[in-house]
Each structure stands twice: as structure tokens, then as C-alpha cells.
Design a protein around this ligand. Structure first.
Ligand SMILES: Nc1ncnc2c1ncn2[C@@H]1O[C@H](COP(=O)(O)OP(=O)(O)OP(=O)(O)O)[C@@H](O)[C@H]1O
Ligand SMILES: [Mg+2]
Length: 259
């Protein structure tokens, strides 16, 4: 293993699957709710494979021009500037399109020829087709859970990828993540994970998304740095979940009993 690897604890077979996808030049799609380790996993894999990672956080304004490149004016000349996708395609980096479903439709069009057997990028502004470097890999994430502003990926896009679902880890693994990530004691980590699981099971709350590992990590961090435990859970776990007053009170009471 290389030095300074990002810490990532596998929750299933995702490391093997990613390695096989990479070897076979098949793009990789991570599905799952917020805070389940998707970005961390991609950082970890890029480090393991010793490849440069270029991450793009897609949003509704993200266009193919942002990814592929544009002409810019430099003095009296216009010069072409490769965008991050073109750079990755030429140099053989791993590109991670975070929340790819949010991007404008022309982004999806642009990646189609890259994500099938052609592995090439068409740069319409240059009239040039770039063959992907042998080491190039496209990785994307999308969160199928959003209820509002929910965007789907077309089957013709989805079916180009090897896809893995990321979920909340089982208790033993999540406890270990909290301990390793924040140096908190095992007993407190165990209680935080119990709180997480308890709230996750309260499906009647109708939360858009429930307690993520990220929230538990944040609680563990501020407890470890000296903030009182109950107050930490209130601000790091409960408040980020909801704005509904009744739910806030109920969840805080519940957590107070568990930490
Ligand atoms: N399997 C894991 N191993 C190590 N750390 C993890 C793992 N899962 C979650 N974490 C912790 O949770 C935090 C959030 O993870 P990450 O940023 O990768 O989530 P994400 O799935 O990319 O979320 P989003 O969809 O919001 O981008 C990490 O910073 C890390 O502390
Ligand atoms: Mg992420």
C-alpha cells in the first residue's frame, strides 16, 4: 500500500468490483445517500491505483463546455483551454463526476462516446476526437433518494456503468470508522452508532435523508475535541436532519437518553 492513503473501510465488495471495472475499462457508478463514503471511496481507489483524481461537483448549470474546454482570449489571440474532462482523457486520470444527474443534458451526451467501447471524446469546438488514454477512467455518483428536484439518469446512460449501491455500514464497521476517523473512544462510538440506527429505523419521521455516517463522524469529532456529548449530538446529528420543531424536540429527547 502506498503512503498517506485516505482512510476507507470497505463495507462490501466495492474495492474488488472497482478494480475489475478499472482493469476492464468500464465506467463506475456509485449510488447512494449523502455521507455514505462515496467520495472517500473514490479518493481511496485513485490512491491505490496511483492515478490522479479530478473531481467535478456537478450542478444544474454544469455544461459540457465546463468539462470539455473553451476558447479564451489571451492578449490579441484566442487560445484553447482544455477542461477537466479533456485533461483526464488525454493524461489518463480518473475523473469523478459527483452528482452527475444534476448536470445539463449536454454533459450526458458528451460522456456517452467515452463510456462505451469507443472511449473517445468529441470536442466539437475543435472538430477533434480524442481517444482516451489507456489509464483513463470515468467514475460518477448519483443519489437516487432525493424526493424534491429529483433527477433520473436515462437507462442508456446508466447501462454503460458498473454500479454499486452505498448504504449505511453495519454497526461494527461504523463504530470502527468513527474510532479510526476521529480517535473517539469505542464506548462513545458505539452509542453514536446506536443513535444513528435508532433514527434510521424511525421511518415515520419522513426525513428526506436520515442519519449518515458523516453526521456521526461530525458528532464524534466535536465530542473528542471537548464539546459536551448531548449538546454535540443535538448540533451535529439532530439539527442538520430537520427543521420541524416537534421532530427536533422528540429526536433530542430520544438522543439524550442514548448518550
Ligand atoms: N466506509 C468509510 N470509510 C471511512 N470513512 C467513511 C466511510 N463512510 C463514511 N465515512 C466518513 O463519512 C464522511 C462522509 O463521506 P463522503 O464525503 O465520502 O460521503 P459521500 O457519500 O461522498 O456524500 P455526498 O453524497 O454528500 O457527497 C467521510 O468524510 C468519512 O469521515
Ligand atoms: Mg461526495
Amino acid at each position: 500500500m502506498l503512503e498517506n492513503a485516505p482512510y476507507y473501510h470497505a463495507v462490501g465488495k466495492e474495492i474488488d468490483v472497482f478494480n475489475h471495472a478499472y482493469k476492464n475499462k468500464i465506467p463506475f457508478l456509485l449510488k447512494g445517500p449523502t455521507g455514505t463514503g462515496k467520495s472517500r471511496f473514490v479518493e481511496f481507489m485513485a490512491h491505490q491505483l496511483d492515478k490522479k483524481l479530478i473531481t467535478i461537483s456537478c450542478h444544474e448549470e454544469t455544461s459540457s463546455t465546463d468539462l470539455i474546454g473553451r476558447f479564451i482570449i489571451k492578449g490579441a489571440e484566442t487560445v484553447w483551454l482544455d477542461g477537466p474532462l479533456t485533461t483526464a482523457v488525454r493524461d489518463g486520470a480518473i475523473i469523478y463526476l459527483d452528482e452527475v444527474a444534476e448536470a445539463r443534458p449536454d454533459v450526458i451526451v458528451a460522456i456517452h462516446s467515452l463510456t462505451d467501447h469507443r472511449r473517445e471524446l468529441f470536442i466539437d469546438k475543435l472538430g477533434e476526437t480524442v481517444k482516451a488514454h489507456d489509464d483513463f477512467m470515468l467514475v460518477a455518483s448519483f443519489n437516487p433518494g432525493y424526493q424534491r428536484g429529483f433527477k433520473e439518469l436515462k437507462p442508456s446512460t446508466r447501462q454503460r456503468f458498473i454500479a454499486v449501491s452505498f448504504e449505511y455500514p453495519e454497526s461494527q464497521i461504523e463504530i470502527e470508522i468513527l474510532v479510526k476517523e476521529t480517535k473517539i473512544d469505542h464506548d462513545t462510538a458505539k452509542k453514536l452508532v446506536a443513535i444513528g440506527n435508532k433514527i434510521r429505523n424511525l421511518t415515520e419521521l419522513g426525513l428526506t435523508e436520515t442519519v449518515s455516517t458523516r453526521l456521526l463522524v461530525n458528532a464524534a469529532k466535536i465530542i473528542h475535541s471537548g464539546h459536551p456529548k448531548r449538546a454535540s449530538v443535538h448540533v451535529a446529528v439532530v439539527e442538520p436532519l430537520t427543521d420541524d420543531l416537534q421532530t427536533l424536540v422528540a429526536l433530542k429527547d430520544l438522543c439524550d437518553l442514548m448518550i
